[in-house]
Design a protein. Structure first.
Length: 501
């Protein structure tokens, strides 16, 4: 079998076969990640007895760190481990983290989360970069490839997001799992699927040929190994530090003040080695990253404030079917991505043929406009409440449907454009920075959510409904302003991007 990069990139048909392997590996990883994530806030409030405000802040901190470490994971992959070894190491850490949580989620909560944070940092950006490497520069099939990959992300998120919390809350398999074991099993499930993810990868990675192998092959094996071991040991040593930083969110603040500017300084330093045209593209990439921060700050209310809103204020039936509102909040978006990602892909192709396809930056702007409309729908749920402040899960799901269109205009396209705007040597760092922007999004999401939770302390359920939906109306307005700004700036950013669409 010929596995040279050329033969991989010259694949026939719509998708390279390797994409399917990565699809499944990422699907199981996201099952584990979103399964766990969907339990965090609820578990912190219900089991660890933290108050809503602290839970929101700590949740925001964990998510901020997850995505901040994707920058570091990307950096170490580019410089030391290579994408593949990074991914393997990350997967291993995620497995250990979820096993630790399965053993005693209350006692080892922050330890398990610490492992998962570092593990995701090594796994997530690098699998995305490998997807980009399957395509030759300028291959028009690349966006479709990322869309398919994104469907895999969301298939995992859907299954994990619904199943884990439903098991933990004893809405599912309550006859099979004894009450005191429910959370152990829920976290254990995340561990099992992560093993499946890693096995999928190890059993198929041969097909990647030389994609993602070590960047240090020019060194002696001994030197190379020393660097690798130092990376492993270093990443383990960071775990206790993360545990402290997540449990005391003031430290997260300091970390967030430093990591973003530091990554930019690093990028500027690297820019000395590239041409003006390449540097303009890198600046365009940074502009995309900056806008994405706002998008995710609002979107990521999903795991934080919306999860509390779902628990307090949403009914337990959608389309007449009894469903857990937290499970729906965790997974409706993913279901819609799976259904509509292929459709949106077709719409872009249709528009392209008629020379109507908006460029990436206008798509970003549309992303914000959909986001705004979705948050206005969340606001609107207040007009459908009963006397106890419980309102329509159907309408709420409709809000997610609209926001999903926004996500599809921004997220898979964002990943794809990162690989197009970045020179070969900086691929993983740039992908890491793209996710680092999500870290800021998550971080601000936690702050926004905590503000809403703070305002609703000691309120009745109906007052909570009003306070939360007021918050969502504000977010709707800001998204609207964001969308208009992005579209207004589009000609300028287009110029920076050179020929990249
Ligand atoms: N939902 C997507 C994923 O998990 C995007 C995450 C992000 O960029 N914030 O891959």
């Amino acid at each position: 079998m010929n596995n040279s990069i050329e033969s991989i990139q010259n694949f026939k048909g719509k998708y390279p076969k390797q994409l399917w392997y990565l699809f499944f590996s990422e699907m199981w990883e996201r099952f584990s990640f979103y399964g766990m994530r969907g339990m965090l806030v609820f578990f912190m409030v219900d089991q660890l007895k933290l108050n809503d405000v602290v839970a929101n802040l700590q949740y925001g901190a964990t998510q901020a760190f997850v995505y901040a470490f994707t920058f570091i994971g990307g950096l170490f992959a580019d410089k030391i481990l290579g994408y593949r070894r990074s991914l393997f190491w990350g997967g291993l850490l995620m497995i250990v983290g979820s096993i630790v949580l399965a053993i005693d989620p209350k006692e080892f909560f922050f330890l398990g989360i610490g492992f998962n944070i570092i593990g995701t940092g090594f796994f997530k950006p690098n699998i995305s970069t490998i997807v980009g490497s399957l395509y030759k520069e300028g291959d028009p099939r690349q966006d479709a490839g990322f869309s398919l990959f994104y469907a895999g992300v969301n298939l995992g998120a859907l299954l994990g997001g619904y199943l884990c919390i439903a098991i933990g809350k004893r809405q599912l398999f309550e006859n099979l799992i004894p009450a005191h074991m429910a959370w152990h099993v829920a976290f254990g499930l995340a561990a099992v699927v992560m093993v499946v993810s890693l096995l999928t990868f190890t059993n198929t990675q041969r097909s990647l040929g030389s994609i993602g192998i070590s960047p240090l092959l020019h060194l002696t094996p001994k030197r190379k190994r020393t660097y690798e071991y130092l990376t492993y040991v270093g990443s383990l040593a960071v775990i206790p530090v993360i545990m402290i930083m997540v449990s005391k969110t003031e430290y997260t603040d300091i970390f967030m003040y430093i990591i973003g500017p530091a990554s930019l300084v690093y990028l500027f330093y690297e820019m000395r080695f590239f041409s003006i045209a390449e540097n303009k593209k890198l600046i365009a990439a940074v502009v995309f990253m900056l806008f994405s921060i706002f998008f995710w700050a609002f979107f990521e209310q999903s795991g934080g404030s919306l999860s509390i809103f779902a628990a307090n204020n949403l009914s337990g039936t959608a389309l007449g079917i009894p469903l857990d509102p937290n499970g729906v909040n965790n997974s409706a978006n993913s279901l819609f991505v799976i259904i509509f990602a292929p459709l949106i892909g077709l719409v872009w192709i249709w528009m392209n043929k008629r020379k109507l396809e908006p460029n990436t930056i206008v798509k970003f702007g549309l992303g914000f406009l959909f986001l705004a409309a979705g948050f206005y729908v969340f606001y609107y749920t207040r007009f459908f409440t009963n006397n106890n402040g419980v309102t329509s899960l159907d309408l709420f799901s409709m809000g997610w449907l609209i926001i999903t269109f926004g996500e599809l205009c921004l997220s898979p396209i964002g990943m794809s454009v990162m690989t197009k705007l970045s020179p070969q040597k900086l691929q993983a760092v740039i992908m890491g920075m793209w996710f680092l922007a999500s870290a800021y999004g998550q971080y601000f999401a936690g702050l926004l959510g905590a503000n809403i939770a703070e305002a609703s302390k000691n309120s009745t359920n109906i007052e909570k409904l009003l306070i939360y939906t007021d918050g969502y109306k504000q977010l709707g307005l800001y998204s609207l302003i964001g969308g208009i700004m992005v579209i207004a700036l589009s000609p300028f950013i287009k110029r920076l991007m050179g020929g990249v669409k």
